[in-house]
Design a protein. Sequence first.
Length: 716
Amino acid sequence: MNIFAELHRLITVASRIERKILAGIFVFGFVLIGPVSVVAQQLTPQPYVDPPKLAEERQATTVLSVKPAGDATECWATGTVKHDGNLVRLNWALELKPNQIRNPGNPSGYMDHVSLRSFGGCLTGPVIEAKPGNTLRIVLTNLLDPNDPSCASNPGCFNTLNMHFHGLHVSPTGNSDNVLINIAPHTKYEYEVNIPEDHPSGTFWYHPHRHESTAIGVASGASGAIIIRGDRPYLGSAPGDIDTILHDASGKRMPEHILLLQQIPYACFNAPGQINQNADGTWKCEANQTGVVDDFDNQLASPTVWDTSGRFTSINGVVQPTLQVPAGEVQRWRFIHAGIHDTVNVQIVPMVADAPMAALALRGIVTGTAKEQAAKVKQLCPTLVPDGNPAVLVPQFEIAADGLTRSAIRSIGVSQKSQSGGIGTNFLQPGYRSDVLVAFPHAGTYCVLNQAATPAERASAGAGGQGPNETQLLATIVVSGGNPVAGDLETFVRQTIYDGNKSDAKLPKAALDGLLRGDLSPWRGMPEEGPASNSGNPRTAKFFIGLLDPNNPKTFGFYINGKQYDPDRIDKDFTMQVNTTEDWILSSQGEPHIFHIHVNPFEIMDVTHNGQSIFGPDGKCLVPPDGVGLENQYCNMWHTFKDTIFVQNDYEVHIRTTYDRYIGEYVMHCHILDHEDSGMMVNVLIVPDASAPGGGLGMAGMKTTSNGTMTHEMHR
Ligand SMILES: [Cu+2]
């Protein structure tokens, strides 16, 4: 009986503590449940899996296979995709489907049953891959239940959703990236999203964005990656696509992985509003219970609820997956933070092979509730060595932020200490993307961690279950085979890209040589912004939760510039003229928020702290590390393009943006999505000519109040 032998072997090699746990599982599994095989299977590592795929239309009409327990078989989503010339046609549905999520804290099976909303019925949505110049034609059917009791509450109507194409520079109106429409249950809607030919290549994502149901939808797992893959080479003038240089000397594409991070706060309810809990306060689902994401107040809306829940961040739907990687192979990892309100702060460290409990962990199995795991992770994946110095990190080499290729490779954690003295780390806030190159120097097991940070640097200053200072394990990397790297990894990664391109006769020599210095400017995703037309009088976005009038409890709200979201209001503050460039200053009062604006990315010109720039004249970061030794998260952002930015208390973020090409109405909001649903959003309007009659795109005699793009009364 192989299963028995395997369990016996595990028990023999495991540490004393784990022996007890395993023996308990064995007895429980054998005597009470019967089939030991289920439990044994669940004690195997959960392999990393790619996000689900849609069947090509010509192969099948509808395919759905939900992951069976303990088996990380890739999930095939309901729906189809067809690539037909410049057209990418998708036909799929928003559905509520039964599924299973691994829960290392549930010893009676390690899998929790859930029933969640998603695009296509898997735990995460299928990847949409397209090229610049393509059209996405997406037929979306909302199969959620029309009988929706949440419509009685505010926020509510959680089964009414829509689609947002986060980060894409596409039209915000009509049936394109229009978040101001509701797709009610049992409604079919056809999107047509024209990706312009000059669109940057990169990592973007989609998620529902109907005001009041955005957070519930995204928290349920209704999100997925959008990969825009470009093939424009850099020939000496126009910028090229980074995709054209990430290959080996034979032209074979560098191995890639999408890491869509989701934080699904599913809960099992014993009675309305009463979440089933473990003794340590973390959330619990019995074998006969099904986890859901339905209760805005108890599952989403508290800043500490994710910590309290003890739920685990999943990667493409798998909790703590194990990825096999050969030594010395440079890979591109596309991180997408698709959680709704908690910070993920990625560090990679070697696992300590002789730590207690390492026998299973080295293979990718770490059991226990989030609270129980905290102590294990400290021993297995220490980020400080005994003398108090930082552990040797596996560096990350960031090539793109929010999908847009950087002007130079950002080395994270190369020598542990950054130029500002802090430990290099990759802060991912909800909505962020980070494309990094990684290479593992030699065989062994490595921990991908969500490193702790101080409360001020986190979107939610959690003080609950795990607390702000507990490091969590996101994934295990098992490195074997390949070719060990002897020298430093920064030189190795740069040289690897250089070697892949050195025989390309069309690549200008200066650009090729620049790769050895980490220079990516020939492939930068966005050109430097020109001068702003409103310099000296920037627009502002001030985020605040609280009482507008300290003496009037009725004035509590989620405010931007002192106003809550009103779908029927467009302010002069946020009415801008197309094809102009402007400065904005972003700030938060009381607690941090996350600025996101649709359609056009922005360039970060400066970040000030208590009125002082954190940058020297050359962009050198002057701000000291935080209270736990981490590099300040703004240090790498000087003149970086992004579409989503954390706005920390006592900091001001100075951005510049061009309202390029698209006319119409869309939104700017806090990307802590329960804040957005609670009112922290505004409509913005891009008009052809803000001072008509005028030249350019304006129509003689036209007024902005009657320009035909308006559907609302102007309030000035
Ligand atoms: Cu917020």
